[in-house]
Design a binder for this molecule. Structure first.
Ligand code: ARG
Length: 463
């Protein structure tokens, strides 16, 4: 006899229901209810296929497909009661379907298992997130592009080691992030293309003896084809790892710009002013305007990378095929996806709203001997000096300026000539930051004309 509390889905060989702690560790409904829509979509495609193949009657398939829509509307309206005793979203939906349509509900699980079902649902969920990430990335690229366009020729210091290196343009700096985000988008696109094979019909692990049509369900669910190996289909979670690693790299890029915003918005730099909408105040220091959103974005990569590592650790060493360990995949991915989308949206808002302080940028660009390389290049070009010698002469000139407490353009011609007699007044032309950036016309260089050309290319690409 079956205990009345034993599970209705497999109660046949059980005499008693689970211990409360067993139920607590086993149930995933608390989080996998987020896949309700995908679960119902997958089941509706499966039911239609079963009918088309003559495995269930058209009437039963119709009842199942309509009943599932009723279940979905109950879930959407909040009326649905999720039951931990029914473990997960798959069994919660099926049990409710049985309440609504009765006997035909029991035919839905023909030629299917929760193993191919969960792999299908989760893939559909991750695929949607990839599409959302792609949209979020495009929006952020547009925001960077607008900044680049406004300040294509504004001059700012370029840094290496966070030490002033050479003048660059604001537009060029903004476009660097457009490039990074472009690669992020292509990583997501790669992941999407690779994952887009349907697990449905792999059944528990070995396939099924029913005459199913996996091409039909694959097509109905927008997959390119059915996955070719049933063992792999139910145990593959590398599609989720692909997503997480693309997400982690994207979050790392956001973190780098977040760090720049934290530095740039400080009173010491004043390169940018963040909008009030994306800043916070201090409860004690009235003058403070803090870049909290940037700091939080800077930190998001930690949990996203953490999710990537966690799922990798869950999967390592699992023998084929499905093991319940794999139920631990979802929360990591849900959390990572939520936080990536939030970080993308917050960064888009900050970038759109921020104001670059053109004067502060230009002033900073002109300090720190930023045109020393231009001076060395001038010596090479005008005096035919080997670059190594020019580097040395320029170093001596920097030393003279440093001792005098001024910058290179402030030295007199006589002071220059005291270091190298052949230097002429023409040298002063290359010491200005505007001339410096205008001269960097090599492909990929910082010259405003290059920047404008790249903006044009990106606008076309994103249109
Ligand atoms: N809730 C399960 C999960 O998320 C569904 C698959 C259960 N399969 C099984 N053989 N127990 O992984």
């Amino acid at each position: 006899m079956t205990d009345s509390k034993s599970n209705t889905m497999w109660g046949g060989r059980f005499a008693a229901g689970p211990d409360a702690i067993m139920e607590a560790i086993n149930a995933s409904i608390g989080f996998d209810k987020r896949m309700a829509k995908q679960d119902i979509e997958g089941s509706r495609a499966h039911a239609a296929m079963l009918a088309a193949q003559g495995i269930v009657t058209d009437n039963d398939a119709k009842a199942i497909r309509e009943g599932l829509l009723t279940v979905l509307s109950e879930i959407d309206s909040g009326a649905f009661e999720f039951k931990p005793a029914l473990e997960d979203i798959h069994m919660n939906v099926e049990a409710r379907l049985k309440d609504i349509i009765g006997e035909p509900a029991g035919r839905l699980h023909t030629a299917r298992s929760r193993n191919d079902q969960v792999a299908t649902d989760f893939k559909l969920w991750v695929r949607e997130q990839i599409d959302a990430a792609a949209q979020g990335i495009t929006a952020l690229q547009q925001a960077f592009l607008a900044q680049a366009e406004a300040g294509a020729d504004w001059v700012m210091p370029g840094f290496t080691h966070l030490q002033t290196a050479q003048p660059v343009t604001w537009g060029h700096h903004m476009l660097a992030y457009v490039e990074m985000l472009g690669r992020d988008a292509s990583r997501f696109a790669d992941a999407r293309a690779r994952m887009n094979e349907s697990p449905l019909g792999a059944a528990a692990l070995a396939g099924t003896s029913f005459n199913i049509d996996r091409d039909a369900t694959a097509q109905a669910l927008g997959f390119d084809r059915p996955a070719a190996n049933s063992l792999d289909a139910v145990s593959d979670r590398d599609f989720a790892l692909d997503f997480l690693s693309a997400a982690a790299i994207c979050a790392m890029h956001l973190s780098r710009f977040a760090e720049e915003l934290v530095i740039w918005s400080s009173a010491q730099f004043r390169f940018v002013t963040l909008s009030d909408r994306f800043s916070t105040g201090s409860s004690i220091m009235p003058q403070k305007k803090n870049p909290d959103a940037a700091e939080l974005i800077r930190a998001k990569v930690a949990r996203i990378m953490g999710a990537n590592v966690a799922l990798m650790m869950v999967m390592k060493g699992l023998p084929l095929t499905y093991s319940k360990d794999m139920q631990e995949d979802k929360e990591q991915v849900f959390d990572a996806a939520d936080n990536l989308m939030l970080a993308l949206a917050a960064m888009t808002g900050m970038v759109s709203d921020m104001t670059a302080n053109r004067d502060a940028l230009e002033q900073a660009a002109a300090s720190g001997f930023s045109t020393a390389t231009d001076l060395a290049d001038w010596l090479v070009r005008s005096l035919d000096m080997p670059f190594r010698d020019a580097h040395h002469v320029t170093g001596s000139l920097v030393k003279v300026a440093e001792d005098k407490g001024c910058d290179l353009p402030d030295l007199s011609l006589a002071e220059m000539q005291s270091v190298h007699g052949a230097i002429t007044a023409d040298v002063f032309d290359v010491l200005g930051v505007q001339n410096s950036v205008r001269s960097r016309i090599s492909y990929g260089g910082t010259a405003p004309d290059n920047v404008r050309a790249q903006i044009g290319r990106w606008k076309e690409r994103l249109a």
